[in-house]
Design a protein around this ligand. Structure first.
Ligand code: HEC
Ligand code: HEC
Length: 502
């Protein structure tokens, strides 16, 4: 392959027109509600496909995942699209709004609008969904919460709603739909882990516990998003979960590098379906149950392309190598530098001083990229840019397109980064999303969320739980500032070529 050829001249070379003809033919089939296995959907950098271990994907209503089980016409497939790697790209949201004048069930006011009170289908009351792909998640503050929470900024009027009879506060946070594919690599369900009702931490119980968690998740999703009066039947829940667990999704073609499973590369959903996994595999904090030491080279998909004659393939391989090895400085991360067990293992005390790591310190699951044990972290994405006092986090946030979200003022928690012997100042947390702390009620969980599985990224921008990174370039600029990476322009290109090929 020659460098610098445009996409269309590349398509016209050799027999690649067959590919285009094939896509058109398959598109016809897909409109009949059956998506053949590995059916390619276009995304900005290439094609994304899914491999369903249970056969072709039936997008019709005989598949419970695509059935309306509640009162507002929504199915799971309203927010988890095959074309978007079973996530929801904001481009798809905007297309749906334009095509239906905001009347698609996706825009139901319960959580598709900024606040549930807005009943009209106008753009303004759906600005967070249209701008950043965000769904409103509303959760009660636990009765035993160690902290007090109040709205510091409330741009839409439903940040904290207090039930007058019970006194229970309901808090609104705004989050991106997580993909319902590649689920057999999960160590925690939902950004805040609230559906991990049985732990995903041991190989012996993993299958059964994952099933239990996902069944409960299907019930809660139906009751909230679909506004069902009754939970789905066990048969319906089971059908949903069996469907989800058959799915493997990944980028399959890059416009410039070609098929991502050619010439020794191990990209694409079929290879992913053969990826080995067990809870704790390659744990970066030393808890691999098989006793294996952490290997920072967690991604090996494109290793064979390091010496490829094709410059784009070499670029993707170089990005993978950077992901595995490029030094960054980890500081001020709740869940890591305030982590007593980690401090003990390192022979130090909390707060742990800034230390060198890699992307794979946090994204350690081999060729998948979540954390292979539950590890909720606060890397700063949920901080309030206005109130931020750590200059590294403030600089990182300034690279992002942080949406106009409610900000919460949280008091009553000790400073987890308090240096022993130093004077104790009053401590207030300002955040757009208390994360796991909103579920457990614990100060130590405040503002912490999981890192998602990093496959199929190209099809589902924007990124981070609150959609603050409009694209992968913004995301990299965040990491560059936040973790003091001093990336060169060439390194940024390599990183983004790699992330787009996952
Ligand atoms: C209105 C949009 C919407 C609908 C409809 C919807 N989801 Fe989701 N889904 C989300 C959002 C948003 C999240 C992330 C929420 C969070 O982390 O707090 C999510 C997360 C998930 C996850 C967690 C994945 C992970 O990595 O932890 C699963 C599984 C899931 N949804 C399954 C379903 C199922 C099954 C249905 C149908 C019964 C469904 N969803 C319907 C928006 C939706
Ligand atoms: C200190 C831990 C840590 C390090 C180091 C780290 N990440 Fe992350 N990463 C996370 C967490 C936690 C999230 C989820 C944050 C959120 O959603 O707000 C995340 C989210 C992401 C996402 C977004 C996924 C999505 O679906 O929205 C990408 C992409 C990503 N990281 C890539 C990288 C790259 C590239 C590097 C190295 C330059 C890196 N990460 C280093 C913890 C880390």
């Amino acid at each position: 392959m020659r460098p610098n050829r445009g996409f269309f001249s590349w398509i016209l070379q050799g027999r690649k027109w067959l590919l285009v003809a094939g896509i058109l033919a398959l598109a016809t089939v897909a409109s009949a509600a059956i998506i053949p296995n590995l059916f390619p959907f276009l995304d900005p950098s290439g094609l994304i496909s899914s491999y369903n271990a249970n056969g072709p994907i039936d997008e019709g209503t005989s598949n419970v995942f695509f059935q309306s089980l509640g009162s507002n016409g929504r199915s799971c497939g309203t927010c988890h699209l095959a074309s978007d790697g079973f996530g929801l790209g904001v481009t798809s949201v905007r297309e749906k709004f334009a095509a239906t004048q905001g009347n698609d069930p996706l825009f139901a006011s319960i959580d598709g609008a900024n606040c549930p009170t807005g009943t009209s289908n106008d753009r303004a009351s759906h600005s967070l969904l249209l701008r950043s792909g965000l769904i409103r998640i509303f959760l009660p503050v636990p009765a035993n919460a160690q902290y007090q929470i109040q709205a510091e900024r409330d741009p839409y009027g439903c940040a904290v709603v207090t039930d007058e009879s019970t006194g229970v506060q309901t808090v609104s946070v705004y989050r991106r739909p997580l993909p319902t594919t590649n689920l057999r690599f999960l160590s925690s369900v939902m950004f805040d882990g609230r559906e991990t009702i049985q732990p995903l931490t041991s190989a012996a119980t993993f299958q059964q516990n994952l099933q239990t968690d996902l069944l409960q998740q299907a019930i809660d999703a139906t009751l909230t998003h679909a506004q069902a009066a009754e939970p789905p039947t066990l048969a319906q829940q089971t059908a949903i979960v069996n469907f989800e667990l058959g799915l493997n999704s990944a980028q399959s073609l890059d416009f410039r590098a070609g098929w991502l499973n050619f010439a020794g590369a191990l990209g694409g959903p079929l290879n992913l379906s053969n990826q080995a996994y067990y809870p704790g595999t390659n744990d970066s904090l030393g808890a691999d149950p098989e006793g294996n030491a952490f290997n920072s080279t967690a991604f090996t998909i494109f290793a064979d392309w390091e010496t490829s004659p094709d410059p784009m393939r070499r670029k993707i391989a170089a990005g993978e190598k950077l992901f595995n090895t490029r030094a960054l400085t980890i500081s001020n991360v709740r869940g890591l530098t305030d982590n007593a067990a980690l401090a003990k293992a390192l022979g130090t005390t909390v707060p742990i001083a800034p230390f060198a790591g890699t992307c794979t310190t946090c994204h350690d699951a081999p060729n998948v990229g979540n954390h292979s044990l539950p590890l909720a972290l606060d890397i700063g994405t949920g901080h309030d840019p206005v109130a931020e006092s750590d200059p590294l986090i403030a600089n990182g946030l300034s690279q992002l397109s942080v949406p106009d979200l409610p900000v919460y003022r949280i008091t009553g928690c000790p400073n987890p980064f308090q240096v022993p012997g130093q004077p104790v100042a009053p401590y207030v947390i300002f955040t757009t999303d208390p994360g796991k702390g909103l579920v457990s009620g614990l100060c130590s969980d405040m503002v912490r969320t999981k890192g998602p599985i990093l496959r199929g990224l190209a099809s589902r921008a924007p990124y981070f739980h609150n959609g603050a990174a409009r694209d992968l370039n913004e995301l990299l600029e965040f990491y560059n500032q936040r973790f003091q990476m001093n990336l060169t322009d060439e390194e940024k290109e390599q990183f983004s070529a790699f992330l787009n090929s996952l």
